[in-house]
Design a protein around this ligand. Structure first.
Ligand code: PGA
Length: 243
């Protein structure tokens, strides 16, 4: 069964709305990533889904870092996972590969599972698949450097071509799948990790999901916009069961 991460980004505005959406999409194969401020409430309200934070600070577990949230704090709420290196954090939050690496280490040190996001921008993709592969491998080479093989077992790689996020343009399923294979191969060669979970993100919709579902290398999806609309999101989840 494929699994789905509902990345709400900076939505919704109120806790009431957050509870309503979460209760509507509370399924076993769903991981909800709400803004930090809703995590505590949702940890009590959600029954079947798991929860993830959308980011974490690299120092841990506490200290003089105004405005930051540590892996220890996230863990203390009973939240199991954290998304790190989403392209919006890289773009607006100043996350470099070095920071992604430090954040990943901090999260793993608290036994959290980590979803590390990688993906090429449009200028790179326009040069072809080989360039995109080089870009993604360079990210993985820096983002995961120095992390033990054992800890890498708690890492999922989300391949999210930057040009496909929030744009309505998605990669072709076979292209996404081919990148997943390249990522898996690289993780084996570079880090000795035989099995790494790979998921796809970027404008997944009810119309496009079927094609992705067929690809074995795509084990799940990171869904942004569509995860805020319970009806659309449930249609995505159920697409697997439909003929
Ligand atoms: P989107 O976002 O589904 O709105 O394109 C995907 C993401 O957050 O990675």
């Amino acid at each position: 069964m494929k699994y789905f991460i509902a990345n709400w980004k900076m939505n919704p505005v109120t806790e009431k709305e957050a509870i309503a959406i979460a209760q509507d999409i509370d399924e076993e194969n769903v991981m909800i990533a709400p803004p930090f401020v809703f995590l505590k409430t949702l940890a009590r309200r959600v029954k079947k889904a798991s929860l993830a934070a959308q980011d974490v600070f690299w120092e841990n577990p506490k200290g003089a870092y105004t405005g930051e949230i540590s892996a220890g704090m996230i863990k203390s709420l009973g939240v199991s996972s954290v998304i790190i290196g989403h392209s919006e954090r890289r773009r607006y939050g100043g996350d470099t590969d070095e920071r992604v690496n430090r954040k990943t280490r901090a999260a793993l040190s608290q036994n959290l599972s980590v979803i590390v996001c990688v993906g090429e921008p449009e200028v790179v993709r326009k040069k072809g698949m080989k360039s995109a592969e080089r870009y993604v491998k360079a990210q993985l080479g820096k983002d995961l450097v120095g992390i033990s093989k054992k800890n890498l077992n708690r890492v999922t790689i989300a391949y999210e071509p930057v040009w496909a996020i929030g744009t309505g343009m998605s990669a072709k399923p076979e292209e996404a799948s081919s990148m997943m294979l390249r990522i898996k191969r690289y993780m084996k060669e570079r880090y000795g990790v035989g099995i790494i979970k790979t998921i796809y993100g970027g404008s997944v919709t009810e119309k496009t999901i079927k094609g992705f579902m067929k690809e074995k290398t795509i084990e799940g999806f990171l869904v942004g916009g569509a995860s805020l609309n319970p009806r659309s999101f449930k249609n995505l989840i159920q697409a697997e069961k439909r003929p």
